[in-house]
Write a protein that binds this ligand. Structure first.
Ligand SMILES: O=C(O)CCC(=O)C(=O)O
Ligand SMILES: [Fe+2]
Length: 353
């Protein structure tokens, strides 16, 4: 398969050991070997598991336990930090049915977080949407520290993986960390998908999250043992949904619309969805590693992309929107998207923004 004609056809999500990338002392050849596996996965499916990522198991356990403790509270207690209280920073709790994907309410509840920025930060002072301080629950109070530690660990991992992605494109390993990802926008969610019937009242499947692509550059997802994440493959032109089941000690990574745009569609932001059929709660924690708010995201001049022309695929996209045609900053792109998934909140908190 030529790297310039991605098929979007795959049977399973590959597992990549990224130890050599995370380890600053490893040989160049070992780093390059990991990079090549990342590049192949980005071209074929846009999805891959990472193992050997170096994020401490104890930290993950702590975060998971505290998250479950929070979701076990009553809705009233959880609503004490509801998103409307987060204002344009877009932080806090939303209840089941509070978020829409592809125009339908998702069967999930969640907590929205991001990089912790105080009121004196220039972007916060300027009223930039999605920037500000987090809303942490009173109980369990140690969730705050666990979330902030996890954000720091995943930010480090995000930069390491982007180093590998740079190498895979024939660019220097520090191309992104010293360039457009030097000051990333970090958003983090903790979702709980409650158990329930697998069809909704209208007979449609009860999606935890409906079909969508992620908006930014790279998503790093921690999921529990429940399963239910599915990735869209096209086998011989026909759509097939491939499971991305839980794999102990791993994260599931996928690339978002901005990396698709930067590589003119060679690295794919692949549609995915979730349905919880486990009969119990499903906990998942996606970490979104995105370009800074005012970054203009443009196609890359990279050795591996020489001679590539953009393939327009908006007709096959979940929202029929082109990632290649839009003009403006990443902030403009993101606001257009979040306004669709939280229409009510958009009008409440962003009407002045
Ligand atoms: O919960 C999951 O497994 C995936 C969530 C997801 O796709 C998203 O938040 O973008
Ligand atoms: Fe997603």
């Amino acid at each position: 398969m030529s790297p310039h004609s991605p098929s979007g056809e795959f049977q399973q999500v590959p597992v990549i050991d990224v130890r050599a990338l995370v380890d600053r002392t490893s040989e160049d050849s070992a780093r390059q070997a990991v990079a090549e596996q990342l590049g192949a996965a980005c071209r074929e499916s846009g999805f891959f598991y990472v193992v050997g990522h170096g994020v401490e198991e104890a930290l993950q356990q702590r975060l998971e336990t505290l998250s479950r403790r929070f979701f076990a509270l009553s809705v009233e207690e959880k609503m004490a930090i509801r998103m409307a209280h987060g204002g344009s920073a877009w932080r806090g709790y939303f209840p089941v049915g509070g978020e829409l994907t592809s125009g339908r309410p998702d069967r999930k509840e969640g907590l929205y977080f991001g990089t912790e920025l105080g009121p004196e930060h220039p972007l916060v002072r300027a009223g930039t949407p999605l920037h500000g301080s987090n809303l942490f629950p009173r109980e369990p109070s140690s969730l705050r520290e666990a979330v902030l530690d996890y954000l720091a660990a995943l930010t480090r991992l995000g930069h390491s993986l982007m180093g590998g992605i740079a190498l895979s494109l024939g660019l220097p390993e520090d191309h992104f960390v010293t360039g457009f990802m030097a000051d990333p926008l970090v958003l983090f969610r903790i979702f709980n998908y409650p158990p329930g019937p697998s069809t909704a009242e209208d007979g449609q499947p009860a999606w935890g999250v409906g079909e969508h692509t992620d908006y930014g550059v790279l998503t790093i997802l921690k999921q529990d043992e429940a399963g239910g994440l599915q990735v869209k493959s096209r086998a011989g032109g026909e759509v097939r949904w491939v499971d991305a089941p839980p794999l102990a000690g791993s994260f599931v990574c996928n690339i978002g619309d901005m990396l698709d745009r930067m590589t003119r569609g060679v690295y794919r932001s692949t549609p995915h969805r979730v349905i919880n059929r486990s009969g119990r709660d499903r906990l998942s924690l996606p970490f979104f590693f995105d370009p800074g708010w005012s970054t203009e995201v443009r196609p890359l001049e990279a050795p591996a992309l020489r001679g590539v022309t953009t393939t327009e695929d908006s007709h096959e996209r979940w929202d029929r929107r082109s990632v290649h045609a839009f003009q403006g900053t990443y902030g403009d792109y993101l606001l257009g998207k979040v306004g669709k998934v939280f229409p009510q909140l958009r009008s409440e908190v962003l009407s002045n923004g």
